[in-house]
Write a new protein. Structure first.
Length: 146
């Protein structure tokens, strides 16, 4: 993160190194267990939350992980959202929502795919949507319930 600038002979001067545009993605930010944020959290990289957030969390195109022990009172938006802690608020994912056994969710969930582990607590509606370009036709021979 820091490079020494030894051109002037001092050797102790540090300068920040910026992330290059051609560096691989995969950077991840963490909100630690001792951190409380009130307001909007908007990130352009994956985010792991171990602390408390109240407001909105928006990670369009990125992954959000709410760790066990984390407490969230916010609207969540992301590509893949994994819940292990307590969430109060609506959740919208463009790809998938995974709710672990340690999670509790009080709010509506909207995503093409939703995985709910045994032991988790979910209060609210779950709405799955077919991703664009997926045919809604029923395969031949698939039994229908009426």
């Amino acid at each position: 993160m820091w490079n020494r600038d030894e051109r002037d002979g001092e050797g102790a001067r540090l300068e920040p190194v910026s992330r290059q545009a051609d560096e691989p993605r995969g950077a991840r930010t963490c909100i630690g267990p001792a951190v409380v944020i009130k307001g909007a959290v908007i990130s352009t990289e994956d985010l792991v939350i171990d602390g408390c957030v109240e407001g909105t969390i928006e990670l369009s195109g990125h992954c959000l992980t709410v760790s066990e022990g984390a407490s969230i009172k916010a609207e969540l938006v992301g590509r893949i959202i994994t819940i292990g802690g307590a969430v109060t608020g609506n959740i919208a994912a463009s790809e998938k929502v995974a709710i672990r056994a340690t999670a509790s969710v009080d709010g509506d969930i909207r995503a093409p795919r939703v995985a709910v582990s045994e032991g988790s607590i979910v209060r609210g509606r779950i709405e799955t949507e077919r991703p664009e370009g997926t045919s809604a036709e029923i395969e031949e021979g698939f039994p229908l319930a009426v």
